[in-house]
Design a binder for this molecule. Sequence first.
Ligand code: PLP
Length: 406
Amino acid sequence: RSIWSEMPMGPPDPILGLTDAFNKDSDKRKVSLGVGAYRGDDGKPYILETVRKAEQLVISKNMNHEYAGIAGVPNFVKLSLEFAYGTDSQALKDKRVAGVQTLSGTGACRVVGELLGKFQGAKAGGGRPPIYVPNPTWGNHIPIFNNAGMEVRKYRYYDPKTVGLDFEGLIADVEQAPKGSAFLLHACAHNPTGVDPTLDQWRQISQAMKAQGHVVFFDCAYQGFASGDAEHDAAALRMFVADGHNVALGQSFAKNFGLYGERIGALSVVCADLEEAARVESQLKLVIRPMYSNPPVHGARLVSEILSDAALRAEWAGECRGMAERITAMRVALRESLEKRGSARDWSHITDQIGMFCYTGLTTEEVLKIRADRHVYFTGDGRISMAGLTSTNVDYVGESIFQVAG
Ligand code: PLP
């Protein structure tokens, strides 16, 4: 018997499993609200016009297909950091930010996890160092950091009673964690809840983290996609850097540029000075080299074309705003659909939340009933991917939730 013959069947990925079930459903009314990928109002994948233009520019340049360096395409990394930290960022001017291209946001998380696992662990005298993630968080965070050799702990974030932020719980957990712990923060548009701290709350979180000497890792998967304004969505990150946090940052260009399959992202670390940044970057490369050698170049070229050209960049900002506005419009329409039917529940959180997802507050039982009776598919935690709603199906979804949840 071979080693393969003994292997047990693994459980299906909860979200991809949902897509399978949806595909098998032959009911005409079916609606898919699982996967977090943007759709236009026609329900189809949306390709940004600026990405189309960038593709033409890249093709016209007849570039070669040589390997990128371990850290990726240098111009992309530079533009990506300016996009996040701001073109006027003092840290960037001081050249004290180490940065590498990554395999989208997932890759950034994994690389920072490996780096922290190695060096935080060594600092603590061995063992698996902890990283604190919000409860709940993006489902992949926990396995990513576990696989990178870290112990994942949760800090309080979402309060089911208010369907909002458990701010006091969050601060208490920050204060109670051992000094110098790693903390993951969603930079904007928290996945899965859509609940973000206010700027004033961010300020207090920054101070509490500072007092404890925690290491902050911002996971930024939705810059521009959350509010429609990329500068606004970077506010928390920039505030922390201005407060003197030497943060790590993961960036994804999957959602805001609609480049999901290109796997384009970046990881950066704000350091004390240029010399420290050089050391950190050398360690990032040592993590990357044995994992995948170097990243693919095409997505980096596309993003670079857009970010480096003022006219294209302005056009992109408009397209990104358009995506965010469509989602906001769907939030309003879903809430109205529930309220006009006289729902007894308070649905204000639908429009208070931000980004790709809406955490409805529905129970798993209700979710399963909506799926069985009405063929509307979303995850058991009650998370709806807003991008799956269109002006054609939103009222049907509202009616479905109303029928089951009242
Ligand atoms: N981080 C968060 C919070 C996310 O929501 C996602 C995507 O859903 C990612 C990271 C990573 O996505 P990708 O690897 O496609 O950039």
